[in-house]
Design a protein around this ligand. Structure first.
Ligand code: GLU
Length: 471
């Protein structure tokens, strides 16, 4: 997985520079956009059993061009400053592309969460939150963490509780973190948001005839052979939405290995098998591959790396057979892999907008927290009454009756989940078109990632210019 000799932040800077020459911004603005604005690196003690352990942790605020900063918190032994800086930078660009008005940030704690009990993890998370609060690195208007690799709703609830204890009476405290459980101010749809966004984004790409002809595929996601690497929150939901749309999930991979079935795998059945047996391998009817990375090189139409960074590099890129690669993870391809795919005519749909569904729905959650009302509460019943009246009138005027089934579909006023899904769908479709248009507008732009960076740089550049920092 993550190669420690490789600078992830360096790779992000390289991709940025590659795109910067297609923009009109002068050197100073580009330097400012690229730089990490604030880095907080901490070491704090936590009692683990009868020993004291010194925990290494980070929070990087990449850009303050908009407030608050936003980005997940990762628990992984591979966490280091370079990685957190890179991920924070990607958050800035990601938010810009999907018009989420936040600066980018990222946090990380260098631990393997599997080595700790829930009680110990709670102590670590709470102490990390107090450190952030002490240094003013967290707050609904300052910096808003969220889940990432190795964290989820449980950790977000601990963060919220610690923050509220330290800031009594802060009316908007619930907006200090997103990805919370629903009972703690979370929003419906946040859990599956990244995977759903990956699906909406790739589906929009697959609807573009000129793009699909270029890669040698027919339009639409139906019947496409899909491989997903990683069966965590993002991978599981990405795979599930593709399966629901009629794609064939021919392979799934986790760190213990990969499985292949030409007839297609049922994602939930594989998920439950792994839960029951502790491994993805030996799934009935599927072929085992002990080496997880083999899945990246198998025959398919769409490959979705949804685990960690740098899984496809200059070494294995030449053997990848997919026509489209959808980056559900952050940074799964190295710049060398990018170049190989550009030469081979393989379309790489880049992380920085494709996996923006998580932060987009986090934005909806944050808005819900600041408005102190759930989505749909004010309008649902009103809309249902209006729709029912309209149906009644149509029936009266036409003398025909609409079936009860159709009636209930038409009458239905929006619940929170309907609005979240629809807001996310709109966001992902618009972002896909915006990035594709930028790519089409300049034939010198070599790939979709560079086009995405161009869109992001221009948006952050405008924000800085409007702030008047650069007269
Ligand atoms: N960790 C997710 C990401 O990398 C979500 C961040 C957020 O919701 O703030 O995009």
């Amino acid at each position: 997985m993550s190669n420690t000799n490789y600078s992830f932040f360096g790779a992000v800077e390289r991709s940025f520079d590659k795109a910067a020459k297609f923009t009109k911004w002068d050197e100073g603005i580009l330097e400012q956009i690229k730089a990490c604005n604030a880095v907080y690196r901490m070491n704090f003690p936590v009692k683990i059993g009868d020993k004291i352990e010194v925990i290494k942790a980070y929070r990087v605020q990449h850009s303050h061009h908009k407030s608050p900063c936003k980005g997940g918190i990762r628990f992984s032994k591979a966490v280091n400053l370079d990685e957190v800086m890179a991920l924070a930078a990607l958050m800035t660009y990601k938010c810009a592309i999907v018009n989420v008005p936040f600066g980018g940030a990222k946090g990380g704690i260098s631990i393997d969460p599997k080595q700790y009990t829930p009680y110990q993890l709670e102590n670590i998370t709470r102490r990390y939150t107090s450190e952030l609060t002490k240094k003013n690195f967290i707050g609904p208007g300052i910096d808003v963490p969220a889940p990432d690799y190795g964290t989820g709703e449980r950790e977000m609830a601990w963060i919220l509780d610690t923050y509220t204890q330290l800031k009594p009476g802060e009316i908007d405290a619930a907006g200090c973190v997103t990805g919370k459980p629903i009972t703690q101010g979370g929003v419906w749809g946040r859990r599956e948001a990244t995977g759903l966004g990956v699906f909406y984004g790739l589906r929009a790409v697959c609807k573009m005839p000129e793009v699909m002809t270029k890669v040698g595929l027919t339009t639409g996601v139906g019947g496409k052979k899909v491989i997903v690497q990683g069966l965590g929150n993002v991978g599981y939901h990405s795979a599930k939405f593709f399966q629901n749309a009629g794609s064939r999930i021919v392979a799934l991979a986790e760190y213990e290995g990969a499985i292949w079935s030409n007839d297609g795998l049922d994602v939930d059945a594989v998920f439950n098998h792994r839960k029951a047996t502790g491994s993805i391998l030996n799934f009935p009817g599927a072929t085992n591959f002990e080496n997880s990375a083999d899945a990246l090189e198998m025959e398919c139409d769409i490959l979705i790396p949804a685990a960690l960074e740098n899984v496809i590099d200059g070494e294995n890129a030449a053997r990848v057979k997919a026509k489209i690669i959808g980056e559900a993870a952050n940074g799964p391809l190295t710049p060398e892999a990018d170049e190989i795919f550009a030469q081979r005519g393989i379309l790489v749909v880049p992380d920085m907008y494709l996996n923006a569904g998580g932060v987009t729905v986090s934005y909806f959650e944050w808005l819900k927290n600041l408005s102190h009302v759930r989505y749909g509460r004010m309008e649902k019943r009103f809309e249902e009454t209006q729709n029912a009246n309209m149906i009644k009138k149509v029936e009266e005027l036409t003398g025909k009756t609409i079936s009860e089934q159709d009636k209930s579909k038409i009458v239905h006023g929006p619940d929170e989940i309907d609005l979240v899904y629809s807001g996310l769908e709109e966001t992902m479709i618009n972002a896909t078109h915006e990035v594709m248009d930028a790519w089409k507008a300049n034939s010198e732009i070599p790939d979709m990632r560079t086009a995405a960076y161009v869109v992001a740089i221009n948006k952050v550049g405008v924000a800085y210019a409007e702030l008047g920092i650069f007269p």
